[in-house]
Design a protein around this ligand. Structure first.
Ligand SMILES: [Zn+2]
Length: 95
């Protein structure tokens, strides 16, 4: 399960679950990296995609620079979203 990553920017958390541990109950917290409000601006796939595109176009900066991870690599980070999406597809199709 990859429910400990931001589904927009791929930021990984140690013990935070943007959409709950079950991946279905959003926390309505704000991602310190991309700034999305989970459960609000990312509740539809198209909204999630648009938010991600906007974040990328704006230089993949941190909303809260104090929380910036060591060795921040935005492309590596956002690539986790692909893994997240694949896992969701597998879950939904019961593969
Ligand atoms: Zn994020």
């Amino acid at each position: 399960m990859l429910n400990n990553i931001c589904p927009v920017c791929g930021l990984e958390f140690d013990d935070e679950y943007p959409w709950g541990e079950d991946g279905k109950t959003s926390s309505f917290d704000i991602c310190p990296c991309c700034g999305v409000t989970w459960g609000y601006e990312d509740c539809q796939p198209i909204a999630r995609l648009n938010f991600r595109k906007q974040w990328i176009d704006n230089g993949m900066t941190w909303l809260n620079p104090d929380k910036k991870t060591k060795n921040y690599n935005p492309l590596l980070q956002v690539s986790r979203v692909i893994e997240f999406l694949e896992e969701k597809l597998i879950e939904n199709k019961g593969i």
